[in-house]
Design a protein around this ligand. Sequence first.
Ligand SMILES: *Cc1c(COP(=O)(O)O)cnc(C)c1O
Length: 409
Amino acid sequence: MEIARRQLGENTRAVHLPPPPDPAQRPVGTPVHRTASFAFGSAAEYAAVLNDQVPGYSYSRIDNPTVDAFARAVAALEGANLSRWPAAQGFASGMAAISGVLMAFLRTGAHVVCSAAVYGGTYSLLHTLLSRFGVETSFVDIADLEAVRAAMRPATRIVYAETIANPTTAVPDLRKLADLAHNTGALLVVDSTLAPPVICRPLEHGADLVIHSATKYIGGHSDVTGGVVTGQIELISQIRSVRVDTGGSLSPDDAFLLRRGLETLPVRVRRQSATASVFAATLARHPAVLRVDYPGLGTHPQHELARRLFDAGPEGVRFGAIVTVTPFGGREAGMAFVDKLRLASVATSLGGTRTLVSHVPSTTHRQLDDRALAAAGIDPGAVRFSIGLEDSEDLISDAYVALESLGRP
Ligand SMILES: *Cc1c(COP(=O)(O)O)cnc(C)c1O
């Protein structure tokens, strides 16, 4: 229905500007579809899209092309099946993705077996919030398969693991966890935030779903929050329904930044892993250091397993950027160590271009009391480094100067 434009008033003409061109040439960069709504050709088309009878976009909380472009890209890197839609789901944060997955598959009476060293927010979600809805969780050492087996119940719906635990850097045997989960009809859900697809692809080792806080390595520049989940296609549709109903959807602008981050992910992770390996090995030799946790160290309890699970390049196996350094002297020494560092920023988050550092028990794991900390294998003095793109010599000398100032144990 064409209306003659020149008969319209100035306000109407201003609001009804000609639409942007729909180029025949494919853009090299990712177009940002910054729109809340999409216009339909007819009432019937609108109804058909809303009812998922034909593919299409209606409203950006429900689906958005830029968000889909990001989520599909993660699905491709994780080796998920792209043949049907939706292959993956983008979320406003890692916690939105995790809560979307848990709400999709848990109901009153359900049981979860979860890593005791799990991310603090996930611990709080399961322990404090979902318990109010009658979901019970057993927190176990997920690297101890006997402990996992003993915790399994007929009502267990989810076994929840992290590829590299934060900050202990424990690595679970994903294949064996998948077998244990599947024997009871449970799903293996893996938060692989600390091991993005250029380190590990959990779906190839039997996981049903893989989740990322895209805020970390995927965004990679500490300037955006987001989350993503991919895996078995039948499961992704159920997660999408929860996302649409709870509303933790990713914005198109943030999806643009996250998709751009993916393009440099391998380059960044390779360099971060190489620097972290040298950093960990050097700090482990310092006399003020009680222990260093890093999967790349020969002393790490799952070093051999990590070598099998993780990708290698010409530079060697990639063990990631997270190194946990515990000085002698407990909580006080840990906090003093952090305060003496000059290059590393004292800040939350990880996986970005700049080295970040935190005293674990007072920050990321503050939700865990002393008993829960001990059960998770976290020392009161634990200091977590997320190694960035700086020169390794500079980071090592910064840490050495800080350690020297702590005095001898
Ligand atoms: C940061 C993080 C989360 C939470 O992600 P947000 O984007 O901050 O919501 C979940 N799991 C792990 C392992 C994380 O490091």
